[in-house]
Design a protein around this ligand. Structure first.
Ligand code: FAD
Length: 522
């Protein structure tokens, strides 16, 4: 695509703060900038707002003891994120309950807290819980957001922020992608080029631009440069193509955490035109003493040689479930676990749906995974085998190897101990009684955790650690999660980071005083 130049001779319009991307981070930044006196424009590339945010389970991590939360974050991020960012995040988390209660004044949303410790038993894990938007009077997600197929309560959170954006009269423009940042002579951000039904426009941002345009789940070129594992199937939106990474890099931004993504493994839809992978069922997290307790997991995963290769029940499947698949065999010149297979027996097949499609796209018909997994057998996502030999033939392995794998697994289930991969005993379920069902599994990405580096004020930093003037980011773009993720942390990051960025951006002195005066008058 031919991009306009980074310098604009004139601007078509001016706002104080331009926020790019209308997911949760964009909403939080726009609301906060508005509440600090800025005239805000919120632009969204896609025809439907909500990004992947609207697909989310909807739980936000909060904790009221910033010191304990800080300790947890320091351990989970293993030195990849500076302490001052963790401090700012922990302080922001402690404000979220009161913040959400203020948002709820606009539409009567019911805000609840749920007990849930951190996913990993680091110091401070017991100081954390979830905040959720349980309900909003008169709101029905299926009816009101038919394009959004969510894990659970993400649409409630989106409805709440959208009500607040509308209530404040913040201007939102859909189908308006940001193309490139516009800079002044000192590499200071002065606006952004956008394309919309009005054509190509230079939008001036007199105080700052806040990039909240998500990650690079749908950018195959970035996957192949930063990840060894491939292919990795995006699950939720076609809009997140790394635009924010590219726009910030254009101005010299440093990058971090590009290797890290929230993923696990999942299925391919039989229709090659279906643009998303389908995530495996999300099981409760493995947290010592947590409620609900560890769940029974119906499946085992096998490599292409018919052998188990991993503990299927990671403490948090969507955080690390794909990492054991990330092995390239240079002798065989292939990824031995891409695809891998999940196998259940008939009892396991009946336990619960193995997958769930979650995406935000008005142009894609919803695919609902059946409760008993039988529709998926009809569709060919799962294949049925009446015997171990038939199962071995289906996946192209030696029947004796497969029989040995299943026998060893079933003996381990009887003993309640997995000496091969240390899967927790309470989660183990035999795979013993035919018919068997097998599905190919592929690595999937729900959201990426990296991008441009930012500081505790959410200013984007260049390769020497200096802020790029008037450029902020929030949300999963440039996420702070650098080693192990904390469930619910992405949503908190949208709100904590979005609020910091919006507030800071609104308080900058304008670079264009003439336009400032006009804005004040308008
Ligand atoms: C199925 C699923 C469940 C999840 N559940 C949870 C959960 O329960 N808790 C949790 O913490 N996290 C969860 N996550 C992760 C979390 O949803 C995301 O990390 C977070 O919502 C990202 O928000 P965001 O605002 O940064 O990005 P998004 O919500 O993706 O918003 C970015 C927006 O920017 C737009 N955009 C992109 N490029 C441009 C451009 N050039 N110009 C203009 N607009 C642009 C996109 O179209 C998009 O609308 C889940 C993710 C998935 C996929």
């Amino acid at each position: 695509m031919n991009l306009p130049d980074r310098y604009a001779e004139r601007f078509d319009e001016y706002f104080d703060v331009v926020v790019v991307g209308y997911g949760f981070a964009g909403a939080a930044a726009a609301i906060e900038a508005h509440d600090h006196g800025a005239r805000v424009l919120l632009i969204e590339k896609m025809a439907a707002p909500g990004g992947i945010s609207i697909c989310a389970g909807g739980g936000l991590r909060i904790g009221n003891d910033p010191d304990k939360v800080f300790a947890y974050l320091e351990a989970a991020n293993a030195g990849t994120t500076p302490p001052e960012i963790h401090r700012a995040f922990a302080a922001g988390m402690a404000e979220l309950k009161a913040y959400f209660e203020r948002l709820a004044e606009v539409d009567g949303a019911r805000i609840v807290l749920r007990e849930r410790e951190g996913n990993y038993p680091f110091a401070g894990h017991d100081s954390l819980c979830f905040l959720e938007v349980e309900s909003i009077p008169g709101f029905d997600a299926g009816r009101d957001y038919p394009h959004a197929h969510s894990l659970r309560a993400g649409p409630n959170v989106f409805k709440l922020v959208d009500d607040n954006v509308r209530h404040r009269g913040i201007e939102v423009r859909l189908s308006t992608p940001a193309l490139r940042l516009i800079t002044g002579p000192a590499n200071d951000v002065r606006g952004v080029w956008v394309r919309s039904t009005r054509g190509l426009q230079a939008i001036g941002a007199r105080r700052a631009v806040v990039l909240c345009c998500g990650g690079f789940e749908n950018a195959a070129d970035l996957h192949s440069q930063f990840w060894q594992l491939r292919p990795v199937l995006p699950v939720a939106s076609r809009g997140n193509t790394g635009d924010g990474v590219r726009m910030a890099q254009d101005l010299g931004a440093a990058l971090w955490h590009m290797w890290h993504y929230h993923g696990s493994y999942g299925f391919r839809h039989p229709d090659p035109a279906f643009p998303f992978g389908i995530r495996m069922k999300r099981l409760p997290d493995w947290t010592p003493g947590s409620t609900p307790p560890r769940a029974r997991m119906s499946w085992i995963a096998l490599g292409r040689d018919g052998r188990r290769f991993m503990n299927e029940y990671h403490p948090y499947l969507q955080d690390t479930g794909h990492r054991p698949l990330d092995q390239y065999d240079p002798a065989l010149q292939r990824f031995p676990y891409v695809p891998a297979y999940v196998v259940v027996d008939d009892a396991g097949r009946g336990m619960y749906p193995l997958g769930k499609a979650t995406f935000n796209d008005p142009d894609v018909e919803i695919y609902s995974w059946s409760d008993d997994n039988l529709r998926e057998v009809e569709l060919g996502i799962l294949r049925r085998a009446e015997s171990v030999e038939a199962l071995a033939a289906l996946i192209g392995v030696d029947a004796a190897v497969l029989r040995a794998t299943l026998t060893r697994w079933n003996e381990a289930c009887a003993a309640g101990v997995d000496t091969d991969f240390q899967r927790p005993g309470e989660t183990m379920v035999p795979v013993a009684t035919p018919p068997f069902f097998v599905g190919e599994i592929w690595p999937v990405v729900s959201n990426t955790q990296g991008g441009p580096v930012h500081n505790a004020r959410q200013q984007v930093l260049n390769a020497f650690g200096e802020p790029i003037p008037r450029l902020y980011e929030a949300g999963e773009l440039g996420g702070m999660w650098g080693f192990l993720y904390l469930s619910g942390g992405n949503l908190s990051e949208c709100f904590v980071g979005g609020r910091i960025a919006g507030r800071d951006a609104a308080q900058l002195a304008p670079w264009n005083a003439t336009a400032a005066a006009k804005n004040a008058a308008s």
